[in-house]
Design a protein around this ligand. Structure first.
Ligand code: SAM
Length: 264
């Protein structure tokens, strides 16, 4: 659920260097999201914020869309996934992939897309479409735009990005409408109940993300929808695993992140 009034505080503008394509894109987005479009006119973002008396910006640049918040910028970048994919290419294990038991040809429903790092790693291994759900409208817009347009220069990475289908929906609503056994793996990575101290780069995400805990009914639905496993990521010390009924835990003894696994 979007925090009340969040969207109202946004306006949309372009980067300082405008081309026709990004200018049109910004105008179309303003219409779609019903946000005020403000001409950049060479002004600084700070100046525009004061003039508009609004504190959040959707900034359409030539190569990406950026969400500018008071605590930092948020945009799609495959850097975290890229590191993990490089390790996988060297045949080093990835804790999430091990927990999922993911192999090529298996289908994944990622219920909590966020920056799409986990979805990208899943898509790289599965080699087929991964469906990613994100309840925040702006976040799903920025991330799906990045997944469509980012050019990493590595064919396999670019294919993995294009193979992620982003749906702007709450997983509670989506899971309920799916038939039984729709995906091999159903995956949750909610905002941690107790955030890790070193995750400062997630601060802009906290401005937008749905921070609610996963409810027991969603796990019941996920078990119905999954053919093989439901996987749930949390702080390794979290009580969420036992609250939601995850008894099998994966992720390395010394890791501060663990994966609860339910085999179906
Ligand atoms: C910790 S982030 C996920 C990070 C992601 N796994 C990655 O690798 O980038 C959690 C995301 O799930 C989204 N979310 C939380 N509850 C949701 C719900 N009920 N339905 C859909 N998305 C949800 C939040 O808005 C947030 O963007």
């Amino acid at each position: 659920m979007r925090k009340a009034g969040n969207m109202d505080k946004f306006f949309i503008t372009t980067g300082r260097k405008i081309d026709e394509k990004s200018y049109k894109k910004a105008q179309q987005l303003a219409e779609k999201c019903q946000m005020p479009f403000v001409e950049r006119d060479g002004k600084s973002l700070e100046q525009l914020k004061i003039e508009q008396q609004l504190d959040k910006i959707l900034l359409v640049k030539k190569t990406k869309i950026v969400i500018v918040t008071a605590v930092g910028e948020l945009f799609f970048h495959p850097n975290m996934a890229q590191l993990r994919i490089k390790k996988l290419l060297k045949k080093e294990p990835d804790n999430m992939i091990e927990a999922m038991g993911l192999k090529a040809g298996m289908t994944v429903l990622d219920c909590t897309l966020g920056f799409a790092a986990d979805a990208l790693v899943s898509s790289f291994i599965s080699k087929i479409q991964v469906v990613g759900l994100e309840t925040d409208e702006l976040l799903s817009l920025v991330i799906s735009d990045g997944l469509k347009n980012y050019n990493s220069g590595i064919t396999a990475m670019d294919e993995a990005m294009r193979n992620i289908k982003v749906i702007n929906i709450n997983y509670k609503d989506y899971l309920r409408q799916l038939p039984d056994d729709s995906f091999d793996i159903v995956y949750f990575d909610p905002m941690f109940r107790h955030p890790l101290q070193d995750s400062i780069h997630l601060q802009p995400l906290r401005q937008l993300a749905d921070i609610s805990a996963v409810d027991a009914e969603s796990i019941v639905q996920a078990r119905r929808v999954a053919r093989k496993k439901v996987v749930f990521k949390e702080n390794s010390k979290s009580r969420e695993f036992s609250r939601l009924g995850f008894t099998k835990i994966a992720g390395g003894r010394y890791s501060n992140v663990h994966y609860g696994v339910m085999n179906i």
